[in-house]
Design a protein around this ligand. Structure first.
Ligand code: FAD
Ligand code: SF4
Length: 509
């Protein structure tokens, strides 16, 4: 064998850089399902199933295309349980001259594969991941010499470089950013006529995987009876087209809004297909821009959507690869509490959290504001250590892969990197959740109260957060407004808040 071409579970693109020049007469493609990838964090069943099913479909597709594939199944009798051990086994059997792959997304995986290659004294060729608009080298060059990194500058650079939503040198519509138009709530009436999500009934392969996951990972979080994620390229394309047709026009307006029992709203639900590489980032962005040019969707919606993919997604990848491995350990706010056990069950009397967690466990999905301003915010305010929060996010979402999950969790949501990723901590009281959803109506707490029996835990912990971190936050001009409000509280009010916050923290232990 000339090349053993390694394809990981999140590299399911038949046109990837690794697969470009496979010669079926002398190369072999290698894929492996291993338990370690589902147990190094306590992976939810939906997440495990989506990976395994998509991998099995992809391997079949490769075989149809004429690629020779060596594939280890999770339930193969001699499965050694880790990528490193399985790869070691295949190398010993096939004696390839070299290992070739598209650069992996995860730092941990890269280290383990590098070690196997070194142990066998084999060259390991890493090819750029052409799925993305940018390379990590480009991001590093952008970041070099800057005191602060900001999404906005990186995003503009990519818009110009790739000519996306541009009119010559200027952004279409004369503005780079339409965020101000994208912050509506659903008002009293709630969401009206939201199109149903595009879901796919499990086929024979997926049903087999579901049975396997239910047996092998029975104690893992979540359930599989609702499984409907795209697991093939064809399904992913259908999901993309349906999003562009049915949801994109309203995406911007309601990007930040939430509603009880409404998991899907106007979001794309494409993160999983994108992260598995069933969809190309370029085709998703192009489809959105085309919808704008065709007059099908307003600019604010399209720009807001493109900013998430061309902007945030490329930005977090750059942060991850330029900051690892020390990034994993960062804890700027010195937070040490454990994650409350009910994050794994949804059994809490806080209506907003119950809704977000229940939906997460049911579908492996929650939209950005639920992740940032409900589950993430509560952990931040409670003082949970970022590493425990990271382990939860990496476990429960179908789109969770470390390069995108970690900067979002540790950086954007938990401020663990002291503002490298986001310019200020995303903190708010229960009133934010009240404004953006209907949750508080059905809750035993009152978002306006910070002390007493009915005080909303978010509101208590929000003020307590400002009190605890006042010296650090004082250095940040973007926190000035919030600190000005804090200054209005007298000592007695501060004491009462601190006492109530301590009780909440003790109860969560
Ligand atoms: P949409 O709202 O339709 O957005 C469109 C696309 O933009 C998404 O599919 C996604 O690919 C991309 N995108 C949007 N926001 C971000 C972002 N902040 N960073 C990177 N890409 C973004 N996203 C993941 O893909 N995997 C994760 O593990 C993940 N963990 C997160 C953890 C926390 C604490 C937070 C706050 C956010 C996390 N995100 C993660 C980002 C974002 O919440 C999800 O991408 C989004 O909710 C997925 O739903 P969607 O496809 O319907 O997104
Ligand atoms: Fe959440 Fe507080 Fe509103 Fe209850 S009152 S739903 S805990 S924000």
């Amino acid at each position: 064998v000339r090349h053993l071409v390694i394809v990981l579970g999140d590299q399911l693109d038949a046109h990837s850089s690794a697969l470009q020049d496979v010669d079926a007469t002398q190369d072999v493609v290698w894929m492996a399902e291993v338990a370690e990838e589902s147990t190094h964090v306590w992976s939810a069943k939906q997440r495990i199933a989506v990976f395994l099913s998509a991998m099995r479909h992809f391997a079949n597709d490769l075989r149809v295309r004429g690629f020779p594939v060596v594939y280890t199944r999770l339930d193969d009798g001699d499965n050694r349980g880790t990528l490193a051990l399985e790869l070691d086994k295949t190398i010993t059997q096939l004696q390839p001259a070299a290992l070739v792959m598209t650069a992996p997304g995860d730092w941990r995986v890269l280290q383990s594969l590098r070690k196997v290659a070194a142990d066998h004294q084999l060259p390991l060729t890493l090819r750029d991941d052409t799925h993305f608009f940018s390379t990590v080298r480009e991001f590093a060059a952008h970041a070099k010499g800057r005191k602060q990194l900001r999404l906005e500058y990186w995003y503009r650079e990519l818009r110009q470089k790739h000519g996306i939503l541009m009119e010559g040198k200027d952004p279409v519509g004369g503005q780079w950013n339409f965020d101000a138009d994208n912050r509506e709530s659903f008002g009293k009436a709630g969401p009206q006529n939201v199109p149903p999500p595009t879901r796919f009934a499990p086929d024979a392969i997926t049903l087999e995987v579901i049975a396997l996951v239910n047996t092998q990972f029975a104690s893992h979080p979540g359930a599989l009876h609702t499984f409907g994620w795209p697991v093939t390229r064809e399904q992913a394309v259908v999901a993309l087209q349906a999003f562009i047709q049915e949801r994109l026009p309203m995406f911007g307006l309601y990007e930040d809004a939430m509603w009880s029992g409404e998991a899907w709203l106007y979001h794309s639900h494409l993160s999983c297909a994108l992260n598995l590489k069933l969809l190309q980032a370029r085709e998703v962005v192009q489809a959105a821009e085309d919808a704008y040019r065709a007059g099908h969707a307003p600019l604010a919606a399209v720009e807001g959507f493109i900013r998430q993919i061309l902007g945030w997604r490329e930005y977090v990848r750059g942060i991850y690869w330029t900051q690892m491995p020390s990034y994993l350990e960062r804890n700027a706010l010195d937070a040490h509490a454990e994650l409350p056990a009910w994050y794994w069950t949804g059994e809490t009397d806080m209506a907003c959290l119950k809704d977000a967690i229940t939906q997460t466990l049911e579908h492996g999905y929650a939209h950005h504001i639920q992740r940032l301003m409900v589950t993430g915010l509560y952990a931040l305010l409670l003082g949970v250590k970022p590493q425990a929060v990271h382990a939860w996010y990496l476990s429960v979402y179908v789109d969770a892969v470390e390069w995108v999950e970690l900067p979002n969790t540790l950086g954007m949501s938990q401020f663990g990197d002291e503002g490298l990723m986001a310019s200020k901590p995303y903190v708010a009281s229960g009133k934010y959740i009240q404004r953006m959803s209907d949750h508080c109506k059905g809750c035993r707490y009152d978002p306006a109260l910070s002390t007493g029996d009915k005080a909303c835990p978010y509101t208590t912990l929000y003020w307590n957060f400002l009190i605890r971190h006042e010296p650090l936050l004082n250095k940040n001009p973007r926190m000035a407004m919030q600190l000005k409000n804090l200054a209005r509280l007298d000592d007695a009010a501060r004491d009462a808040i601190s006492t109530q916050a301590l009780a909440l923290q003790a109860a969560a232990d």
